[in-house]
Write a protein that binds this ligand. Structure first.
Ligand code: SF4
Length: 361
């Protein structure tokens, strides 16, 4: 057990105080687990008040974090917007390091904490700021759109950021603004290929991959459909295009969440990180979730224990060179300043019949 909470116990007071959260997560958490988690949740929520802190919890956090201590929950875009608006003194990022950097970039005067410095991302580590400078030399005059899953160094070399929820909108916006017919969209190759199928704008892509979503393939979907013929299959656009072609729906985590909450399918498969299904399931008790379980090892480094220690000991503080942070902020802010999509983007694969032009760097 980590420092700082060895004495916490499952008292009747804590049981009462955490009852509404238990009601929410009890289909995903066992009573035995709850006896350990509830005291930590109560203590974290008390520490937040004492320290004027908020927790930004990504959709891929486990349910006891997402529903138990997250003040703002959602996808990268939603969390970036909340980080920019919030007036707390401390932000604890329950997510991976690039997300904490994004919060710091948007809130330079706040203390941003990441509970585990090793919470990285295969996409973010696939490219550096120096790589982007070389790409710009190779394609002068073309705008660089960067997925938010990148370091501040990379964002600083970027014209505008995007997420999977708004990538098509951002690509078309920047192509219009620059008067060009091609855009550099980095670093996720599969996201770039899937965006290219939604737009007439030509895409130049980088060979970065999400190690969670790249593992799904067409056969997984065919096998799932055979095993669960009534299930609706929803896929994330970081998956290979062949996966999206077999799915019933493709969209960002926010779009998948909305799909389940609004349409209430009897049985559903979410082709994305495993905890996402657990979190949506807490809000959709009438839907049965089939789980092809791919966990993100980086997201899973974040726990109630290290969130508690982050608040107790003010660790680990995220710092960025102010000059880099300012340039990165412009790229993120340009994305935030765009009007939010009326509904989270879905990837309409029927539209994908035109010629798809992707140049892979
Ligand atoms: S799920 Fe993929 S994109 Fe998200 S943090 Fe993990 S490796 Fe990175």
């Amino acid at each position: 057990m980590a420092d700082g909470f060895a004495a916490l116990g499952f008292t009747p007071e804590i049981e009462r105080a955490t009852l509404p959260i238990w009601e929410k997560v009890k289909s995903r958490v066992t009573p035995l687990e709850w006896r350990l988690q509830a005291p930590l949740i109560a203590s974290i929520n008390e520490l937040k008040k004492q320290k004027n802190a908020v927790i930004l919890a990504h959709n891929y956090m486990t349910p006891e974090i997402f529903h138990g201590v997250g003040d703002f929950v959602g996808d990268s875009l939603g969390l970036a917007r909340e980080a920019a608006k919030c007036d707390a003194k401390i932000i604890v990022q329950a997510g991976v390091h690039f997300m904490a950097e994004t919060s710091k970039v948007l809130c330079p005067d706040k203390t941003v904490l990441i509970p585990d410095l090793m919470a990285g991302c295969s996409l973010a580590s696939s490219i550096t700021g120096a790589d982007v400078r070389l790409i710009k030399q190779r394609y002068p005059g073309l705008p660089v759109v960067t997925y938010v899953n990148t370091t501040a160094d990379v964002k600083a070399e970027t014209d505008i950021c995007c997420t999977s929820a708004n990538a098509v909108q951002v690509v078309e916006h920047i192509a219009r603004e620059w008067g060009v017919d091609r855009v550099i969209l980095i670093p996720d190759e599969f996201l770039a290929r899937n965006v290219a199928r939604q737009t007439e704008v030509g895409i130049i892509a980088w060979k970065g991959r999400c190690e969670v979503h790249e593992r799904f393939d067409r056969n997984d979907i065919i096998e799932l459909r055979a095993a669960y013929p009534g299930a609706e299959i929803l896929a994330h656009p970081e998956c290979p295009t062949e996966v999206l072609e077999e799915a019933d729906f493709a969209g960002s985590t926010a779009a998948m969440n909305d799909y389940v909450i609004q349409r209430k399918p009897r049985q559903v498969v979410l082709i994305t990180e495993c905890s996402m299904a657990d979190n949506v399931a807490c809000d959709a008790p009438e839907t049965e979730f089939v789980r092809p379980c791919n966990l993100c090892p980086h997201m899973k480094r974040i726990s109630l224990e290290n969130i508690h220690d982050a608040l107790l000991y003010d660790r680990f503080v995220v710092e960025i060179d102010p000059a880099v942070a300012e340039r990165a902020r412009l790229a993120v802010q340009r994305m935030i300043d765009m009007p939010p999509p009326a509904v989270p983007a879905r990837y309409d694969l029927v539209k994908a019949r035109h010629h798809v032009d992707v140049e892979l760097i």
